[in-house]
Ligand binder design. Structure first.
Ligand SMILES: Nc1ncnc2c1ncn2[C@@H]1O[C@H](COP(=O)(O)OP(=O)(O)O)[C@@H](O)[C@H]1O
Ligand SMILES: O=C(O)[C@@H](CO)OP(=O)(O)O
Length: 380
């Protein structure tokens, strides 16, 4: 082996993507100091998008205070890319799951309002091209809060503003878009979706991602119905059918809301990121192996997460891809159909999750060492 490209996602609540890539490189170097390791930290639309794009383009990050998922103030960073004009806004910074303590996670009440505030700040700064990263959310409000922060009126039958969260959508009666910030019309808004799920139904936002946000099984149909109601009223009042768009169900339906209210374009986040960091260019120069990774590999991985995207590009060049992951979740073996040749967990023995989250860097380095030792036994 001469050259290994390391292109992982972050491990949520554990390590950011640059730290994951560095730990993997360290483990490889222990065994093969002469191998060239090329680290290309990745992101999809979820947490880490701002850092990744700002670093890859030589841009800058701006930290500000906005409304968090439960209405509390949170510190959130957004970025201006190296071109000086494109903004990157990551919903997870303002409305992400880690901002809500586990015992308070309840998607009936969490709002994307702060994401709308970040978009407003990017517009205030003069940016008219925005990349909005969506995923890693605590929310299931269909982007209602985001729209309200930008001046859209979401009203109940009495003409009052609906409450924050999916619970508010249950009272939604009509939409008045007259007050939308006029600068939105002049802006090109590209949405980096971390998954391609539709808004509703068995593959929709509520069924697939509601439980990880704190929804018990009996709440899921209620959340799904709330988003379906929003979609019906959007269709009636704004003339757009957003239900089946791939990515409409990302970040609790924020994908649908961005299309409906801001006329945004949904893209696969991983594709946008791969273009921005020029992963293709790194792979075109040749590599013996690509190592990708994420916190948990599972059925969702194939819905458009980083390892699946990386495998697609590496496949063009016939470079084998393997993944190092924290946890191996339900449906993980579906990734074999998406070009990932194999994967290994970094967990060394039965230990609590907290231990793995805390010691991820050293566990990753150890696992990378084991991986390359195994890979080279047959073929030096
Ligand atoms: N160091 C780790 N060791 C074991 N499991 C981890 C580790 N880091 C993250 N995870 C698992 O991965 C899950 C997050 O998955 P991840 O792929 O990072 O995010 P997402 O699917 O939202 O993109 C966490 O809930 C946790 O169970
Ligand atoms: O925010 C969400 O609803 C999901 C899908 O977009 O993201 P993640 O699985 O990364 O938390």
């Amino acid at each position: 082996m001469k050259r290994i490209v390391i292109a992982p996602d972050s491990f949520k609540e554990s390590l950011d993507a640059p730290a994951v890539a560095a730990a993997i490189a360290e483990g490889i170097k222990r065994v093969f100091p002469e191998v060239e390791t090329v680290t290309v930290p990745m992101a999809d639309g979820g947490e880490g998008l701002t850092t990744t794009l700002v670093a890859a383009t030589g841009g800058r990050a701006i930290t500000t205070t906005v409304t968090g998922p439960l209405g509390q103030p949170v510190r959130a960073a957004w970025g201006i890319l190296g071109d000086g004009t494109t903004a990157v806004v990551e919903m997870a910074q303002a409305s992400g799951l880690p901002l809500v303590p586990r015992e308070k996670r309840n998607p009936l009440f969490t709002t994307t309002y702060g994401t709308g505030e970040l978009i407003r700040q990017a517009l205030d700064a003069g940016c008219r091209r925005l990349i909005v990263g969506i995923g890693g959310s605590a929310t299931n409000d269909g982007g209602a809060g985001m729209a309200q922060a930008l001046g859209v009126k979401l009203l109940d039958a009495g003409g009052q503003d609906i409450k924050p969260g999916a619970a508010g959508l249950e009272e939604l009666d009509h939409i008045d878009i007259q007050g939308l910030d006029p600068r939105v019309k002049d802006a090109e808004i590209l949405v980096a979706c971390d998954v391609d799920n539709p808004l509703c139904g068995p593959r929709g936002a509520s069924a697939v991602y509601g439980p990880q946000k704190g929804a018990p099984p009996e709440m899921v149909p209620r959340l799904d119905a709330a988003l379906a109601r929003l979609a019906d009223i959007i269709e009636r009042d704004l003339g757009k059918d957003v239900r089946e768009l791939p990515g409409a169900g990302a970040a609790g339906g924020l994908g649908a809301g961005l299309v409906a209210f801001l006329d945004a374009n949904l893209r696969r986040g991983i594709e946008l990121v791969m273009e921005a960091v020029d992963l293709d260019g790194f792979l075109a120069r040749g590599a013996d192996l690509v190592i990708t990774g994420e916190g948990e590999i599972n059925r969702q991985t194939a819905y458009g997460k980083v390892p699946a995207g990386v495998a697609r590009v590496a496949g063009k060049y016939g470079i084998p891809v393997v993944a190092l992951v924290g946890s191996i979740g339900e449906g993980a073996s579906t990734v074999y159909d998406h070009g990932i040749k194999g994967f290994m967990s970094i967990v060394p023995r039965p230990v609590p999750l907290a231990y793995c989250l805390e010691n991820a860097a050293s566990l990753l380095a150890d696992a990378a060492e084991r991986l390359v030792r195994l890979l080279t036994v047959m073929n030096k």
